[in-house]
Design a protein around this ligand. Sequence first.
Ligand SMILES: C[S@@+](CC[C@H](N)C(=O)[O-])C[C@H]1O[C@@H](n2cnc3c(N)ncnc32)[C@H](O)[C@@H]1O
Length: 256
Amino acid sequence: MADSNYETYCDPAIARYYQQIHQIQGAESAILDELREDLARARLLDIGVGGGRTTQYFAPVVADYVGIDYSEVMIQGCRQRFPSYRFERMDGRDLGQFCDRSFDFVLFSFNGLDYVGQSDRLQMLQEIHRVLRPGGYFCFSSHNLQGLELAFNAVQQVSWNPLTTYINLVMWLCLRLKNRGITAARLKTMETAIVRDESHNFRLAHYYIRPQHQLQQLHPWFNTIRVFAWQTGRELSTPQDLATHTAQWLYYLCQP
Ligand SMILES: C[S@@+](CC[C@H](N)C(=O)[O-])C[C@H]1O[C@@H](n2cnc3c(N)ncnc32)[C@H](O)[C@@H]1O
């Protein structure tokens, strides 16, 4: 999974796609607004910086900014686009170039953590915890398995508009064909799943996780965790909200 995702992210066409995305996501905007004062003194590490979408919002408001990505083509694009900021080619699984407790804020936006398997994901969380100072923040998003249940359910694809129903059913069929072992019934029993969804024409395998399970996974390193819906930026504050929210991905704001 990790190797084929890496190849996809090294494709210049994919890099160009990320270079032309500019919009800040609702949850990122809510978190940025809330922490703006703290960020003015912060050293920020932006992991999986891609085309630099988050650079334009976060770099100008922090004291020091470093963007990293394991894809050389992404890093070259960022260096050209933002010559006054520092960008390094580096894999989030090995942050050995950075000292322990050297960042106040670590950002891994737009589900960048979801392109490696389980053991690499845990390794990445451990590395991020190591470079984060006590009291600092780790902000990331991850695909929501509860949202995926809707996409696998054929009945959910039916709409009042016949054309929409047709398109939805074609996408549903592609999803089933690309993920033959997974059904809506089976997903109900799973806490995490590796799924090829329609983004980038099914070229990426994504890690999906239930929000409650994500909290458990984070607990060895982070004990204060807040969850936000990616689009609206609304905080999900009750267990009921967490267990039922079907946004395609969610943001987690964590403190060690
Ligand atoms: C979905 S893109 C998001 C790009 C950018 N953060 C944004 O919000 O537009 C995910 C990015 O994470 C990078 N990435 C994935 N796994 C990584 C890893 N293990 N180490 C460093 N970068 C990684 C990919 O190369 C890609 O640029």
